[in-house]
Design a protein around this ligand. Sequence first.
Ligand code: CP3
Length: 343
Amino acid sequence: MNSIFLDTIKGKTHNRPPVWFMRQAGRVLPSYLALKDKYTFREMMRDPNLAAEVTLLPIKDLGVDAAILFSDILVIPNAMGMGLEFTDNGPVFEKPLKDVESPFSKLNPDSAKLNYIYDVIDTIIEKRPKDTPLIGFCGGPLTVMCYMIQGLSTNHSFPDAVKFFYKNKSETKKIIEAVTNLSVEYLNKQADHKIDAFQLFETHAGLVPVDVYKELFLPSVKKMAAAARDKNIPFIFFPKGFSTGLRLLTPEYCDYVGIDWQIEIEEAGKLVHSELGIQGNLDPRLLYADQTVIENTLNKYIEFGKDNRNWIFNLGHGFIPGTPYENAKFLADWVKNANWKRD
Ligand code: CP3
C-alpha cells in the first residue's frame, strides 16, 4: 500500500507528517451529522454499509491519511453481557458493576457478539479508496472498566470506579484479566480481517497514580502489544493524562505513543523511549479559536516536525462535539500543505 501513514510508521519518511484525528468520524463532519438525523448511532455502527460509509467520510471530507473503524470502545463490556444502550445522553449500562454483588462472577464474555464488527471491517476494505489504511481499536483496560463499574460519569472523574480499584483489588485483577482476554481476541480477529494498525484508547489513564497504573493495568497493555506484534500490526497506545508514566513505555508496550495535550510535545519526546514513535498532540479546543490563532499555534509544530520524522500529527484527545467543521478542515489542509523544512 502506498501510504504516508504506514510509511512513516515503518521509518520511511516523507516531506510532511501524516495526519489523522481521534474521533474524526463522528462529531464534526456535516456529512456525519446529516446521517445522524436519519439513523441512530447503534444503527450506524451495526449496519456494515452505513458503518463503512461513516468510517470513510473523513477520507473524503477532510483528506486525512488514515481511516479509523466506526465503532466504540464499549462493545467489549457489551460482549461481556453488560447490556449497553446508547441514549441521547451517552452510553448507559443496564447495571453498572458498582451495584452488583461479586461482579466478576456475573460477567459472561461471548466473543460472537463482536462478529458484526468483522463484517464492517470487510465492507470498509472492499469500499475504501485505494491506499487508505484502516486503524482498528479498542479501549484500554482502565477506561473500559471505569464505564463498566461506574456507568457514565458526567465529569469523567469516575469516583466509584477508582474506589473499587483500591477497595477490591483481587476482584479488579480478575475483571482486568477478563477484559484483556476478550480484547486480545478482538484485536486478533480485527487483524485477521486485515486492519493496518491498531490503537488502544486509554482515555482515563490519568485517574490513578502512575504506579497503580503500572501494577494493575500495564501488564494488560503488554499482552495486547504482544498480540499485535504477533500479527505484524503496528500498535499505538494512547494513555491520556499519563504524565511521567510515559517514561515506563518501552517497545514491549507499543510501537507508537499517543501524546495528550497536557504535556508539551517536545517534553513528551524526551520522556518516551527512543525506539518509539510519537503521535499527537494538538489541543482539540484550539479549534474553537479563529484561524489566525490556530495557525500561530500550529507554527510551533514545524520545528518538532522537522526533526521528528517518525511523528504522526493528531490531536491530544478526540474532536469535541460542536467543533466548527471549517476549522477541522483548515487544520488538515494546513498539515498537508505547510513547509515542514525537511530536505
Ligand atoms: O471517529 C470516531 O468517532 C470513530 C469511532 C469512535 C467512537 N467512539 C464513536 C462514538 C471511537 C474511536 C470512540 C472511542 C471512545 N468511546 C472513547 C475513547 C476516546 C475518547 O474520545 O475519549 C470513549 C471514552 C468512548 C465512550 C463513549 N462512547 C462515550 C463517552 C460516548 C458518549 C458521548 C460521546 O460522543 O463521546 C460514546 C458514544 C459515541 N461513540 C458516539 C460516537 C460517534 C456518539 C453517538 C452519537 O452520535 O449519538
